[in-house]
Design a protein around this ligand. Sequence first.
Ligand code: SAM
Length: 206
Amino acid sequence: MAGEHYFSADPAVAYERHVVVFEALGQEFRLTSAAGVFSRDRLDPGTATLLAEAPLPNVSTEGVLLDLGCGYGPIATVLAAAAPRATVYAIDVNQRALELVRENTIGKQVVAALPDEVPEAVGFTQIWSNPPIRVGKAELHALLLRWLPRLAPDGVAWLVVGKNLGGDSLQRWLVEQGFAAERHASRKGFRVLKVQKPLSRGTAAA
Ligand SMILES: C[S@@+](CC[C@H](N)C(=O)[O-])C[C@H]1O[C@@H](n2cnc3c(N)ncnc32)[C@H](O)[C@@H]1O
């Protein structure tokens, strides 16, 4: 599959399935993944760090949560289990990833969608993401500037980025854009960033 990356839309590789097993919320999750999606064989260590270090929502959490760049859906699945009263949007550009999310979250309050399918009026109380660093800095920045401003005024985004993939420079860039971005945790070479819109003025508050 020369030239094809996991983030390609509608990957043309064979639909070979895998089961990914991991623990979160004190329970075991068994999700279906497949060739052509990110980290198909195991829960990505960055995602594992995010789920272990950032405060997961709970039964009293309401509103709409976003899993930005959902892959086969490990973050969306855990969010939906943790916050049954919330709606979780799981978005990705990879059609196969969206099919897998739908399969993995049958009966749950999860909407798997392409980015352009999310209604403009929807805002998010929380955004969770292991973002696609490998798309390049310009595209990553554009992605974050598209979705972070859709946080509710008191909303929070939790991002995980490898230190060697630019976690610290991303944090600085977010601050330059007017967001409140702090390092919430640092573990196994990953930074977990907490990002909020400022209370007033600036790009992020737009
Ligand atoms: C690092 S992976 C994380 C996947 C999944 N959340 C996980 O933890 O296994 C980033 C994901 O972002 C997706 N992606 C790439 N560009 C995107 C875009 N413009 N909008 C939404 N998702 C995108 C990729 O297809 C990929 O599934």
